[in-house]
Design a protein around this ligand. Structure first.
Ligand code: GLA
Length: 543
């Protein structure tokens, strides 16, 4: 009979070949008590080690769990906030990321405090947006980086723990039942004015708006028909205790600013979103539509651009009409004439319902850039929408880039001509205080503006095309016709048409609206040289 004790790795395996004490070997008996104590002690140590290991493992698991906030200050006293609401289980991380107007569910989250990757996805209409964040825990801070575009340098941010619930998506308010909003009677011709976004983006402030108004009132633009001075995104502060929208530091007194703009014989426009946040991440009108409309009216606002962006986290594209209707009603209820501009990038065939929700104009495309490809791509794509433009209700292919420096003067003349043929709003987007005489002349060409502002409000269409050359015409009041010869090629081209092919019958009075010259009737055919990316714009009327 022998006593045998084997150790296996960290665990202990003991095999006593004897199970009955009666049969215990005498030599083993003296050894029995200390051995038992040793075994118990060993087991306890092992249990303790396992508990500590399990505890440290579970606290590593939880280290990323919680609500983390990044607050990046803007220059105006507001913050851009990003929230990481994380739940870590082992190497798996779930939760959501809310970055200004974006709300991503984490669909792939892996790693731990030493390094993690989060991939968030969100539905945006018919498309899916994705964002990728990488980070690690450093002390009690979450160091995170992301790229806005794959080729962009990484944006680094530091998140701190925030109370649970802060930054959570607000509860969804059900869209109202649809009804037709009464026509406000405004914008019988396409709105003309200026908007801050294309040139100033987030750098717009009270002083700049005033000086732009001064420029517009004194440089001939006002006399040419430009009327609205529109402040785009980034004027917003938070809300006061009663929920009233506040301006941020850049706009100390909106009422005083409106008074100033009005004193110049001009009107003031403003911007908001039906979502909790605007595109630039500022405060939107969500849940405060009537209140905001009343505030705008009290300030003396004359125009509202209402930009979808932040609403996509709460509503589908199919719900857009109801959501826009809500603000349409709210603006009407103020009793103040306020032009209503829908900005939802032409989704959901907005031209079919924009007027019914009270809209005076609706964007038909994504954002324009100050580049030929962007401008011409947008402008020449508008052909199919012509039937939806009527006095008071306009297709809006976005604001002008004329004078912002990314195109030639020839291209800017094409921009101005095309927008006039399209009966598009003429909202200058450049710095009116410092433009060249040539740019001012393009913006204030009254003969071209007369095409844009024609009271019949019929949007023009393409009537002829040969390779990169196109002729577009627009029917004008009194039976006249605007005829635009566009050359989309970078090389100059000779364009030749039979008048009948472009809808001009019989001899007509012809006038070149850029040369400001009458043209003698050339007979049934017409040829003209058109510069690369250029235009020859004529008005044909009864002799
Ligand atoms: C969107 C709009 C732009 C501009 C910005 C402001 O991108 O389409 O015209 O208003 O938002 O954030």
């Amino acid at each position: 009979m022998r006593c045998q004790c084997d150790f296996h790795g960290r665990g202990l395996l003991i095999s006593w070949k004897w199970m009955e004490p009666m049969k215990l070997d005498k030599r083993c008996q003296g050894f029995r008590l200390p051995l038992l104590i040793g075994i118990v002690f060993f087991i306890l140590i092992n249990i303790a080690i396992s508990i500590v290991a399990a505890q440290s493992q579970s606290s590593a698991n939880e280290k990323l769990t919680g609500n983390w906030a990044v607050r990046m200050p803007n220059q105006d006293g507001t913050f851009r906030s990003t929230y990481f609401n994380l739940k870590q289980e082992g190497q798996k991380i779930t939760g959501y990321i809310r970055s200004t107007q974006f709300y991503y569910q984490i669909t792939e989250g892996t790693g731990g405090p030493e390094g993690f990757t989060l991939i968030g996805t969100m539905k945006d209409g018919n498309t899916e947006r994705r964002a990728r964040y990488e980070g690690k825990l450093v002390g009690d801070e979450l160091h995170v980086s992301t790229r806005r575009r794959p080729e962009a340098p990484p944006t680094e941010m530091v998140a701190h723990r925030a109370p649970e619930g802060e930054g959570a998506m607000p509860a969804r308010i059900a869209p109202p039942a649809p009804h037709k909003v009464r026509d406000n009677g405004l914008a019988r011709t396409p709105p003309m004015g200026w908007n801050s976004w294309n040139k100033f983006a987030g750098r717009i402030d009270d002083a700049t708006v005033r000086s732009i108004a001064d420029a517009m009132a004194s440089n001939g633009m006002k006399e040419a028909g430009y009327l609205y001075i529109n402040i785009d995104d980034t004027w917003e502060g938070g809300r006061d205790a009663k929920g009233n929208i506040l301006t941020n530091k850049k706009f100390p007194d909106m009422k005083a600013l409106a008074d100033y703009v009005h004193s110049k014989g001009l009107k003031l426009g403003i911007y908001s979103s039906p979502g909790p946040n605007t595109c630039a991440g500022y405060e939107g009108s969500y849940g405060h539509e009537e209140q905001d409309a009343r505030t705008y009216a009290a300030w003396g606002i004359d125009y509202l651009k209402y930009d979808w962006c932040g609403a996509r986290i709460l509503y589908t594209d199919a719900e857009m009409p109801a959501i826009y209707q809500k603000m349409g009603d709210a603006l009407l209820a103020t009793g103040r004439p306020i032009v209503y501009s829908l900005c939802q990038y032409g989704r959901q065939d907005v031209w079919k319902w924009g007027a019914d929700v009270g809209g005076n104009l609706w964007r038909t495309t994504g954002d324009i850039r100050d580049a030929w490809d962007s401008m011409s791509g947008i402008g020449f794509r508008q052909n199919e929408l012509a039937q939806w433009a009527t006095p008071g209700h306009w297709n809006d292919p976005d604001m002008l880039e004329i004078g912002n420096g990314g195109m030639t003067e020839t291209e800017y003349k094409t921009h101005m001509s095309l927008w006039s043929i399209l009966a598009a709003p003429l909202l200058a987007g450049n710095d009116l205080r410092s433009m060249s005489p040539a740019i001012l002349e393009i913006l204030t060409n009254r003969e071209v503006i007369a095409i844009n502002q024609d009271r019949d409000g019929k949007q023009g269409k393409q009537v002829w095309k040969s390779g990169e050359q196109e002729v577009w015409t627009r029917q004008l009041s009194g039976g006249a016709l605007a005829v635009a010869f566009f050359n989309r090629s970078p090389e100059a081209a000779k364009m030749s048409v039979h008048w009948t092919d472009v809808g001009v019958t019989g001899p007509a009075r012809l006038r070149d609206l850029w040369l400001h010259q009458d043209i003698a009737w050339p007979g049934p055919e017409y040829s003209t040289m058109v510069p690369g990316h250029g235009v020859v714009l004529l008005r044909a009327s009864r002799p």
